[in-house]
Write a protein that binds this ligand. Sequence first.
Ligand SMILES: C[S@@+](CC[C@H](N)C(=O)[O-])C[C@H]1O[C@@H](n2cnc3c(N)ncnc32)[C@H](O)[C@@H]1O
Length: 190
Amino acid sequence: MTDTRTPSRRTVLAAAGGLAATPLLAGGFSLYAARAGARSAVELDLSAHALAGARRNFLLNGGDAAVAGCAHETVQADSFEWLALSRCEFDVVLLDPPSLARREAEREGAVKAYARLATLGLARLRPGGMLVAASCSAHVSAAEFFEAVRSAAQQSQRGFREWRTTAHPVDHPATFAEAKYLKCIYLRVG
Ligand SMILES: C[S@@+](CC[C@H](N)C(=O)[O-])C[C@H]1O[C@@H](n2cnc3c(N)ncnc32)[C@H](O)[C@@H]1O
């Protein structure tokens, strides 16, 4: 995905580097984390094709010592099911699902699904870890999405600090409200 290239991926790189992280990440984000010094990364996706592409990207970047030194694992699973069953812990959990609302009628269900995913992701974070939650649903506004993730964090009762939110990169601009589908929020948890 090129649309999340900046600022979100670069922001993950900065976060992961600061944490020397063991992230649970998706797609291109894990490569950025590896380049920032992550010792290991687990990528979870429903699609075997997507995971094969992720493994290939790591191989292609193997000339980078940091990438070569990162233990990269791929898991083919449903993220809701895997996160609910897993007892693994991570320094960074990045949630980057596909659009969960392809039409307006799906907006309410999508907001609940984002909150559920955030709750599951927060439960897998080590103390001091970072939740990175992204949305590409045009029918869910940034305000609705951020509120869903913040509410999940509040209900987790772990204590958290919002680090930042990001939107479209400069080379993928949105010039009218309906075009603003990308949003991402970063929470550091206690
Ligand atoms: C927005 S893309 C992620 C892009 C990725 N972050 C990257 O940088 O390349 C969403 C991904 O979620 C996967 N997906 C869809 N439904 C899923 C589910 N229920 N559980 C796990 N992965 C799912 C899709 O196969 C797709 O690869």
